[in-house]
Design a protein around this ligand. Sequence first.
Ligand code: ZN
Length: 270
Amino acid sequence: MPAKERTIALRLLLILVGFYGLSCQQKGSEQNRAGIAISFDDHFINEWYALRPLFQKYGAKVTFYITCSDSLSSDEILKLKQLEKDGHEIGFHSTRHGKSTEIIAAGGPAGYYAAEIEPGMKYMSAAGFQPTSYAHPGGNHNDTVDSVLYANGFRIIRDVAISKRKLLGFQIYALAPRLMPWIYYDFDKQKSVDALLIDTDTGLTEEAMREAIQKAKNTHTALMLFGHEPLYKSPENGEYGFNVRFLEAILKEAKAQNLHFYKMTELADQ
Ligand SMILES: [Zn+2]
């Protein structure tokens, strides 16, 4: 091969290797996407704030979904600001925690917006927060509700997944989280997602969570979880929430497996 053609051939080869190298790199970054997205709902701001050392210990970033923002005290606003500064996300969880499908059936999209979105978002904005993700109260919604939320700038909306269901006191099913593909974000630009409830009444075990985390790791997806009030002993007097030791076991395992901690809007950005 003449020298000039050899040079051209070499250059072509380098370009091809370059392309191949690039595609390998892209594949590599996809594989590093495995993660966990944990969120907390309602208005347990003092209790969530007390978890800061735990989040810091494991480098966890999470999302807090706020409802009843009209009642945010200046102290609660400062605490949410600090949580945001720590790298967590502040999302929105409706104005009054109403049943959205009933509100929209009665008042249409405009009535739903006026009741559940506009007032609460005004309070959030006045407090200095601009939520871009939304969690459905009680996991109750339909396509019309979702379209109002998308039209108002929410980039990802979170529903509820439950591993165990009881009907009239009888357990009708119990699913292992690793067998619930809908609680794993597979980075397909999906905007309506399901997170698994981790409150104490779900009866989830640390072993089941270890398997669920392993699945996220193996499938390069993000496991989505959520809970309510942090509890340090069994719930009483109508308390509903998750055991803090159980949360710590999840954070510890996620860190040990080198999972990325995603905030909810971050999932939509991937
Ligand atoms: Zn709620």
